[in-house]
Design a protein around this ligand. Structure first.
Ligand code: BEZ
Length: 211
């Protein structure tokens, strides 16, 4: 069965562009993003990897380590890394797992046979410090992802893990949030003595709590 939210993210040991990687150990006490690519030397993947390399300071700020995966060998990855830098101006600065035997891809269900028997789809798994899956995304090979959205989601996941709130449509860090439905009005009054905006009784909007 496909990995679902709340499942333990399977641990693995694999070769990567930064040497052997032990996934859980690599994430440590922080957050992790594991994302797959259909194949080396492909145009969309090249742009995506350059973009993630450019965004690593943003992931660092969120105490999040990123790991890419492609079902090609390490030799391909080494040559491809040079291409990625040449094309995007950003050198890979995170591990790219080489998974030619599909060991990790199978663990995570990254190959969807009705899309392709051999290539992974564009999967994203966000993993929390408890090593549980917090978010999954699946894009087809021909559609590149927007990694700003992954950062936005991590902001929401980290906020809602800490505070009993939910984030509305298109929410961005710093914007108003919604008090979780599990919080009674009496408890909410203690936490938000200034009150809340309430366009409907079941919608209670407050400023984002401080980290
Ligand atoms: C790409 O990365 O451009 C790509 C890879 C596999 C299939 C289609 C596009």
């Amino acid at each position: 069965m496909a990995l679902q939210l709340g499942d333990e993210a399977p641990d693995f040991t694999a070769d990567s562009t930064e040497g052997e990687i032990h996934f859980h150990e690599y994430i440590g006490d922080g957050w992790g993003v594991l994302f797959s690519h259909p194949a080396a030397f492909t145009p969309v993947c090249t742009t995506e990897l350059g973009r993630v390399a450019a965004l690593t300071p943003e992931f660092d700020q969120r105490n999040t380590r990123v790991v890419g995966l492609s079902v090609d060998g390490l030799t391909d990855h080494a040559t491809w890394s040079d291409d990625i830098e040449e094309v995007t101006g950003h050198r890979l600065n995170f591990p790219l797992v080489a998974d030619p035997d599909h060991q990790v891809a199978d663990l995570y269900g990254m190959i969807h046979p009705n899309a392709s028997d051999t290539m992974t789809v564009r999967s994203v798994f966000v993993v929390g410090p408890d090593k549980k899956v917090k978010l999954t995304l699946t894009y087809p090979a021909a559609t590149g992802r927007d990694f700003s959205e992954i950062l936005r989601v991590i902001d929401s996941l980290q906020l809602t893990a800490k505070h009993k709130v939910a984030t509305p449509v298109n929410w961005k860090n710093g914007e108003d949030v919604i008090i979780a439905g599990s919080v009674s009005d009496d408890d909410a009054k203690k936490q938000y003595p200034q009150g809340w905006k309430s366009p409907k009784p079941y919608i209670r909007i407050v400023p984002q709590p401080k980290a």
